[in-house]
Design a protein around this ligand. Structure first.
Ligand SMILES: NC(=O)c1ccc[n+]([C@@H]2O[C@H](COP(=O)([O-])OP(=O)(O)OC[C@H]3O[C@@H](n4cnc5c(N)ncnc54)[C@H](OP(=O)(O)O)[C@@H]3O)[C@@H](O)[C@H]2O)c1
Length: 244
């Protein structure tokens, strides 16, 4: 398989390192300098590329996805913070007849965490004495807040626990309203990514925590997704990659 990297920051560099160790060809690297507004991503520049892997910035991701779709190449998108435009991106991918896997978190551990949270939330739905909250911590340079992973975990809780009906992100101004799910973010040093889902009652606390030790799990997951999407059309998440 031959890939192109779009974005060569912390994640792009890690994907490159793991790809080379696995004898996956890194044919092109697109950066903010050589790819302003996604303009360098063309059918010609991606001629030898089977799949693009996109880890750039929220403001750049949608243009990059659009250009890659127009070039007829499947894409794996790791960038977070653009999901408000997911509907239009989905239409664009479907219209172009290409494939996309997107995920706020490509690590296998986080995707197993999703299953655990689904199961726990389903069970706690019946027990009104339990409250729930999400905490996340990332390095100081992270652009979006709460993290895409924390927002995804919130959606899992909102879907399963009927007494929770909205996310209250950041520090609430006064008491948290009834039905609010507290999602708090801390930005600290060089923390790669920590997510914790807490269920609390007067009697006990259950806390399920995922700690990324480095970026290799995200990069490996993105490469697994690249191999998976290579010959597929349509829009998928990492859950599809890991369960089908
Ligand atoms: N899904 C996951 O598993 C996962 C895991 C970790 C991180 N992330 C997300 O992935 C994204 C990248 O994270 P990171 O830690 O690698 O960030 P980073 O170190 O800041 O790197 C982002 C890179 O994107 C480049 N860029 C900006 N516009 C571009 C364009 N038009 N074309 C090509 N490259 C462009 C930037 O170039 P300059 O440096 O020159 O500005 C920078 O090198 C973030 O949204 C982060 O939240 C996702």
């Amino acid at each position: 398989m031959n890939i192109a990297l779009i974005g060569h920051g912390k994640m792009g560099a890690e994907v490159e390192r793991i790809a080379l160790a696995k004898q996956i060809g890194v044919k092109k690297i697109f950066t903010v300098e050589n790819n302003p507004d996604g303009k360098a991503l063309t059918r010609e520049s991606l001629r030898e590329v089977d799949v693009c892997i996109e880890f750039s910035m929220p403001a750049a991701a949608v243009k990059n996805i659009g250009a890659v779709a127009k070039a007829g190449v499947p894409i794996v998108v790791g960038t977070t913070g653009w999901y408000d435009q997911l509907d239009s991106v989905r239409k664009l991918i479907e219209k172009s007849g290409t494939g996309m896997v997107y995920a706020p978190n490509f690590s296998v551990g986080i995707n197993v965490l999703h299953q655990l949270i689904n199961c726990a939330a389903h069970l706690f739905d019946k027990y009104e004495m339990y409250d729930a909250a999400i905490r996340e911590t990332h390095h100081r340079g992270k652009l979006d807040s709460p993290s895409g992973t924390a927002l995804h975990l919130s959606q899992l809780l909102l879907r399963q626990i009927r007494r929770i009906d909205r996310v209250v992100a950041g520090n609430p101004d006064g008491k948290i309203p009834p039905g609010g799910l507290s999602v708090s973010s801390t930005r600290l040093g060089s923390v790669v990514g920590e997510h914790s889902v807490v269920f609390d009652s007067e009697a006990d606390t259950l806390e399920i925590v995922h700690r990324a030790k480095n970026r290799s799990g995200f990069a490996l997951g993105a490469l697994i997704a690249a191999g998976w999407i290579r010959d597929k059309k349509g829009v998928y998440t990492m859950e599809d990659v890991l369960t089908t």
